[in-house]
Design a protein around this ligand. Structure first.
Ligand SMILES: *Cc1c(COP(=O)(O)O)cnc(C)c1O
Length: 741
């Protein structure tokens, strides 16, 4: 058996370890390229284009069929194809270069972290990051939306910067659902049962070779979880899964899917994440100094750490002080209703007994997270998190303001502006989201070191040096590539005998030369996917402007239990099917990270219309911006900080409305008039002398990249977390937890 070079196993064989899974007999790799297997189990390949090419070149059709999953590819690819590449000089050259780059990345001489003088121990796992979702890549569908993509980009950023970081989450065996839209526009949810041996994750084993099992008590019974490791560059993300013979059939399903709407399942999942997660890190002999809860779902980890300390003889007060000092909490929810609470009877069912271990009675236990509502008290996960973390942040400046007001009642003696919740605005992992051709442009005009200087505004001044024709050619290429992909999917639907109207609604008539506007995100009602369609006649005139056509691409899922969200998709889809649109409004099924990449790279304009101030940050517009796509968005979340008057468009003003209908009417009017008077004319204002290039449009694109790329990068974000949240924990000062941006 081949073993992985950077497990703990070789150095300290008494610890849990992972090994590379066996490929099925007959699919063993020739020695010359056998490190492909190692590469397949490290998501590093996914943000390095030449590494991707090593897999896609084996069998492009299979590569697409397996959702870009290199492990599944290696298990299925035909021997003939493997043998072919071992004789291909060009392939072997790329292979050698990729493996050298990989080794250089994994074992660097220095990293930002190692040279930043943060006075911080670098023992592995010093920073533990808990999240219900990790959006690392479409081949591991354990994310639903923005929260997961953020965890994924945060982990990749932590790896790039060399942080001693470890992620903790779930391996959902059925993943998030795959979306189909029925002829009548109804969202259907399909769940795949994955063969776990196909996933790019490795089982964590005990020194003796058996699977490492973590016991978690849930309502008086013991549930076991096993642990999988997803390697993300230099850092591991540990994922728990309860599908074991030892468990009852119901418990085996516990970690099957994301976000159940069944309260018993939800609380049980969160017990596994918070309490099981702490035990998992203990079993791995990791000793985190910083415990970062990404959203409140993992807040039970606070209880488990208190229990450990009390069991070791500490007083509860002293345990609370030290847990608080070492805990970081990031909140993502700007609306009170979005915050998770559990009814008291449910807490009784799952935690009676647990409070004794903390030396608390029932009432004092509930008080740890008590939220009084008009219909009685409840146990609030964000309150548990806020009260027990010494370092708290929201995910944009505006979200910080909203959060301080929203939670001010927890600090009754403090005015809202002094409530100790700061903000660190989200950013995106550029190497993951940038198109290959954009990366080449940056390498050429910004210099080969641009990935390490990504968060330095001075670097991005050089974007102005990119010749207009070259930038325009790349933009046109990326749009053609996206549209060809959509049309291929439409063709496949036609060949599956899907109704022809659905084939048109899927993009069969999309036009390579039309101004293309994208709207893709979760279908939650506050995101107002229907705003654009409030005045169909006006939109119709815009879409069919003579010589200046405009097309709109929609995509996104509604949570399977979100009826209003599903109705929104249905209304939109029924409208899209109208012949009068001429096929220029389309809905792309099954939005995921792969479709997100096509869209944020391929459209001309990224549209976002949340009902302000309900978008905590948003990140998809940041992904679009670095690819030269212009943002057209409400001044909410990150865009309120990003918009500078020249780098895109702001829909509406910074007004706090009392009346949502009035707000929608104003914002729709602002959106139409921007499209009619600014966006469309600017796009079609071409310079005949220089090959039909829209010079003013390109000027805006350059200003957008210049101003947004450094500020909204994961590199900037993770550095801020390190300096403002993690280092203060380790250095034992209170940190600057308020208004520090
Ligand atoms: C980036 C991303 C999101 C987050 O999008 P926002 O609308 O900006 O919150 C959601 N889903 C996927 C697949 C993404 O890639």
């Amino acid at each position: 058996m081949l073993s992985e070079p950077f497990t703990q196993a070789q150095a300290r064989p008494e610890l849990p370890y992972t090994d590379l899974a066996h490929l099925p007999p007959g699919v063993s790799l020739p020695r010359r390229i056998d490190r492909l297997r190692e590469l397949a189990y490290n998501f590093w390949w996914s943000w390095n284009d030449p590494a991707q090419r090593l897999f896609s070149a084996l069998d492009l059709e299979l590569w697409n069929a397996v959702r870009h999953n290199p492990v599944k590819l290696l298990r299925q690819v035909r021997r003939k194809q493997i043998n072919a590449v071992t004789h291909d000089k060009r392939y072997l050259e790329i292979y050698d270069r990729v493996m050298a780059d990989f080794d250089g990345y994994i074992n660097p001489a220095a990293t930002w972290f190692s040279t930043a003088h943060l006075d911080f121990t670098s023992a592995p796992g010093s920073i533990a990051y808990f999240s219900t979702e990790f959006g690392l890549h479409e081949s591991l569908p354990i994310y639903a939306g923005g929260l997961g993509m953020l965890s994924g980009d945060h982990s990749k950023g932590a790896s790039d910067l060399g942080l001693p970081f470890v992620g903790v989450g779930f391996l959902y065996e059925q993943g998030y659902f795959r979306q189909r839209i029925s002829e009548d526009g109804w969202q259907e949810a399909l769940y795949d049962r994955t063969d776990l041996a196909d996933l790019p994750v490795l089982l964590v084993r005990e020194p003796a070779g058996k699977a490492l099992l973590i016991p978690v008590e849930i309502a008086g019974r013991t549930v076991f979880v096993r642990v999988w490791k997803a390697q993300v560059g230099r850092i591991p993300v540990y994922l728990m899964d309860s599908n074991l013979e030892q468990n009852s059939p119901a418990d085996r399903e516990l970690t099957g899917r994301l976000y159940s709407s069944d309260a018993d399942v939800r609380v049980s999942q969160e017990i596994v994440l918070g309490i099981g997660g702490v035990r998992l890190l203990r079993a791995l002999r990791l000793e985190p100094q910083v415990w970062h809860m990404n959203e409140g779902h993992s807040a039970f980890l606070v209880l488990e750490r208190l229990r450990e300390k009390v069991a070791a003889g500490e007083s509860l007060e002293s345990a609370q002080a030290s847990v608080c000092a070492s805990t970081v909490f990031t909140t993502h929810t700007p609306v009170p209703a979005g915050n998770e609470t559990f009814p008291i009877w449910l807490m009784d069912k799952y935690f009676s007994g647990y409070w004794d271990a903390l030396g608390l009675d029932r009432d004092r236990f509930i008080d740890l997270a008590r939220l009084d509502q008009s219909w009685g008290p409840a146990f609030s996960m964000p309150i548990l998190a806020l009260r027990n973390s010494g370092h708290r942040n929201a995910v944009s400046e505006l979200h910080g303001e909203v959060s301080r007001k929203m939670w001010q009642f927890l600090w009754p003696d403090v005015p809202a502006e002094d409530v100790p919740i700061g903000s660190i605005t989200n950013g995106v992992h550029a190497a993951t989201w940038l198109a290959r051709r954009m990366k080449s442009l940056f390498t050429h005009y910004l210099g080969p070191n641009w990935p390490e200087a990504l968060d330095d505004p001075a670097l991005w001044e050089k974007v102005r040096d990119i010749p207009d024709e070259e930038l325009w050619e790349v933009r046109r290429h990326l749009k053609r590539k996206m549209l060809a992909f959509f049309r291929d999917r439409a063709r496949e639907m036609w060949m599956r005998h899907v109704h022809p109207v659905q084939v048109l609604a899927a993009g069969a008539l999309l036009d390579n030369n039309a101004l293309t506007i994208g709207f893709a995100r979760r279908f939650a009602t506050y995101k107002r996917a229907g705003l654009l369609l409030r005045d169909s006649d006006r939109l119709m005139r815009l879409v069919h402007r003579p010589g200046q056509p405009v097309q709109f691409v929609f995509a996104g899922k509604a949570h399977p239990a979100d009826e209003p969200g599903k109705l929104l998709i249905q209304q939109l889809y029924r409208n899209i099917k109208r012949a009068e649109w001429g096929g220029r409004l389309v809905f792309i099924e099954d939005y995921d990270a792969s479709i997100a990449r096509f869209m944020v790279q391929g459209v001309d304009v990224w549209l976002n219309t949340p009902r302000r101030p309900q978008e905590a940050s948003g990140t998809s517009g940041q992904k679009a911006a670095i690819n030269g796509v212009l943002n057209l968005s409400v001044l909410d979340g990150w865009w309120r900080e990003g918009y500078n008057g020249e780098n895109g468009w702001a829909i509406g003003e910074e007004i706090d409305y009392d009346n949502p209908d009035q707000q929608d009417a104003h914002d729709a009017e602002a959106l139409y008039s921007l499209l009619e008077n600014e966006v469309v004319p600017l796009y079609y204002d071409r310079d005949r002398d220089s090959g039909d290039v829209p010079l003013q449009w390109l000027r805006k694109i350059k200003e957008s990249i210049r101003s947004l790329a450094p500020a909204f990068s994961a590199r900037r974000m993770v550095k801020e977390y390190t300096e403002l949240m993690y280092a203060p924990v380790v250095n034992g000062n209170g940190g600057r937890s308020n208004n520090h941006r």
